[in-house]
Design a protein around this ligand. Structure first.
Ligand code: HEC
Ligand code: HEC
Ligand code: HEC
Length: 130
């Protein structure tokens, strides 16, 4: 890890803090420790109970944490989610299905999801990737 990373960004763990606004959806410490629980809880609420709130949705995270250079949160280790996970050696498979980008960059858009594209759920994911 470059010695400067922590000082430059006031971050830790060798990653860049890329964020809009001055507050996260929870206290920063809480986010560091528990963002995975928040995301998994949100997923369960949506998938099993049909409850959709925008505050904890992935789209919302991406909206604030997208790297303007790559238009993504997880395309490279320069990006917010990936940088930290690479350092912590945590593999996150979420972006195999979910878009890591706030909006389309058509030249790199992945092909539609064959298996789920015709279900209502699949559609919304595929639409999210446009
Ligand atoms: C195999 C494909 C797949 C993978 C892998 C996957 N998801 Fe999902 N996820 C879905 C689908 C399909 C939905 C339902 C989409 C909808 O209704 O918006 C969903 C919904 C969600 C939602 C609720 C919608 C929202 O954005 O608030 C969250 C949060 C979520 N997933 C988080 C995650 C996280 C975190 C991971 C990684 C640990 C992950 N997902 C991995 C397919 C996947
Ligand atoms: C309104 C903009 C906004 C949204 C939405 C948002 N964040 Fe944040 N997030 C921030 C800001 C700003 C910080 C840095 C706060 C600070 O400096 O203390 C932050 C900090 C974090 C941190 C700690 C980073 C570090 O370097 O310690 C994590 C992890 C995080 N956010 C994950 C998420 C996740 C996951 C979501 C979606 C559930 C999300 N954020 C939604 C703005 C946002
Ligand atoms: C401050 C560093 C940091 C940032 C930034 C960060 N993560 Fe994490 N994340 C971690 C660490 C460390 C773990 C493993 C924690 C543990 O297992 O207790 C983790 C675990 C996860 C997990 C659970 C993985 C699993 O399979 O159990 C998910 C999902 C996740 N992060 C999603 C995200 C998303 C999405 C973002 C960007 C919005 C993000 N993270 C940003 C440090 C970070």
């Amino acid at each position: 890890m470059p010695a400067t990373a922590a000082e430059e960004h006031g971050a830790h763990g060798g990653h860049k803090l890329i964020a809009k606004g001055d507050k996260c959806v929870r206290d920063t410490d809480e986010m560091r420790r528990n963002h995975m629980k928040i995301l998994k809880h949100q997923r369960d609420e949506t998938m099993y109970k049909g409850i959709r709130t925008t505050q904890d949705s992935l789209k919302n995270c991406i909206g604030c944490h997208v790297n303007p250079k790559t238009n993504s949160v997880a395309s490279s280790k320069e990006d917010f989610c990936m940088g930290c996970h690479t350092y912590a050696a945590v593999k996150v498979d979420c972006f195999e299905c979910h878009s890591s980008k706030p909006k389309a960059v058509s030249s790199v858009a992945p092909p539609p999801l064959a298996g789920v594209a015709n279900t209502p759920v699949g559609k919304s994911i595929v639409e999210g990737r446009k």
